[in-house]
Ligand binder design. Structure first.
Ligand SMILES: *[C@@H]1O[C@H](CO)[C@@H](O)[C@H](O)[C@H]1NC(C)=O
Length: 218
């Protein structure tokens, strides 16, 4: 944990470096630019642990996932769903890459709290993961319900798209568990306790990695 003094030193150094860069700016604005840049610099160098990765991923996913959540019989088509699914897969794939990049990092970095807070607890991380799983699988469940109304060929075409999303969520949870499982005991039961509402969707889509992680009885 950095002391206030060392944080202040870092900020001063950042300010100095960026003031030099910002020097050509008009005098009246120069200081403001440098201060803003200095603040941004401090934030950028903050350690991004697994908790921050998951939280940012959920925030990024939310508006995209809503397109599935609010799907209706008119736009429940492969053409409408495919680009949304591809966006979601891109966001989840980035998250898996970021989590895997933490393998071998210092424990204090891996478990760094959100927005520079103290180390994340099992309860905190379970909540972040539970929120992400609930967000995505609630939306996939909404699509499944509409697919059920539309019936016919749509179900056969759309279900694999939903499964691909579910499997990537499984890969992300798997990567997190591989990273922190040895550091935070009891994470799986803590997440399981929060995702009861979407277990039926996970089972229906047959997301094997999650079925096995959570020990869902089919
Ligand atoms: C389907 O239409 C609803 C209502 O306009 C909209 O909220 C939703 O984002 C649309 N979803 C897709 C996948 O186009």
């Amino acid at each position: 944990m950095l002391s206030f003094k060392s944080l202040a030193t870092v900020a001063t150094l950042a300010f100095g470096a960026l003031s030099a860069v910002a020097a050509p700016a008009p005098q009246s604005h120069g200081a403001g630019v440098a201060v803003a840049a200095g603040l941004k610099h401090t934030r950028d160098t903050q350690v991004v642990g697994v908790a921050q990765i998951i939280q940012t991923t959920t925030v990024t996913l939310t508006p995209v996932v809503q397109k599935l959540q609010f799907i209706n019989t008119q736009n429940c088509t492969v053409d409408a769903i495919t680009p949304v699914v591809n966006d979601i897969k891109g966001i989840l794939g980035d998250a898996v890459t970021q989590v895997n990049a933490l393998v071998g990092a210092a424990t204090s970095d891996i478990l760094a709290g959100v927005d520079g807070a103290a180390a994340v607890t099992v309860t905190d991380l379970a909540k972040l993961l539970g929120d992400l799983l609930t967000l995505v699988f609630t939306a996939l469940g909404a699509v499944l319900a509409v697919v059920g109304q539309v019936g016919g060929d749509v179900a056969a075409a759309v279900t694999p798209l939903l499964q691909a999303v579910g499997e990537l969520v499984g890969s992300l949870l798997h990567a997190v568990l591989a990273l922190v499982g040895g550091l935070l005991g009891g994470l799986i039961p803590a997440v399981l306790a929060l995702v009861g509402d979407v277990l039926s969707v996970i089972a229906k889509l047959q997301i094997n990695v999650l079925i096995s992680v959570f020990g869902i009885q089919l």
